[in-house]
Design a protein around this ligand. Sequence first.
Ligand code: GAR
Length: 193
Amino acid sequence: MVQSTGAKKLKCAVFISGNGSNLKSLLQFNKKKNSPISIELIISDNPKAKGLKFGKIFKISKKIFNYKNKIIAEKKIIYEINNKNIKLICLAGFMRILSKNFIKRFKGKILNIHPSLLPKYKGLNTHQRAISNNEKYSGCTVHFVNSRLDSGKIILQKKVKISKLDTAKSLSKKILIQEHKLYPAAISKVFSL
Ligand code: GAR
């Protein structure tokens, strides 16, 4: 358990690339008195990310970075993060791989949510791969980010049953519902006020 100093909340940035349903659940959690985090910034690599609308709805500033050049994008992100004194990064459907340098710089301060029961099905297309392998269960995992893809220390996982009728889409929906509960629970597990 990492103690955040005094009653101060841990300043946090959420990184997204798409719909941002996990961002929404984190923003709802953020409003709770007992949440150990204070979301200060939303970062995206995608100007068309639907989730960016939650910045406006929840009145949290957002920044979009052009990833044509990843090194430059990350430099700019680091500047923003330091500028806002961010102490925790939550990846929430951020579909870029962070550089080793970036990860080193924020060692132990980056969390990710992944739609499988890691270490199974790292990477993309997790739901279809689980179904094609006739898995009985899949699920989601919140973990620390290290330099190997989807391989950092696991904080929490939630199992979801795969039914015979499930498609990648239906399974993704079922798992997302659990993701929305798991991410706040994992943050509460690691950080306390
Ligand atoms: C979520 O299922 C998340 O676990 C996954 O992308 C989706 C984003 O949904 N992340 C990854 O696959 C990361 N490798 P959202 O934008 O609605 O939160």
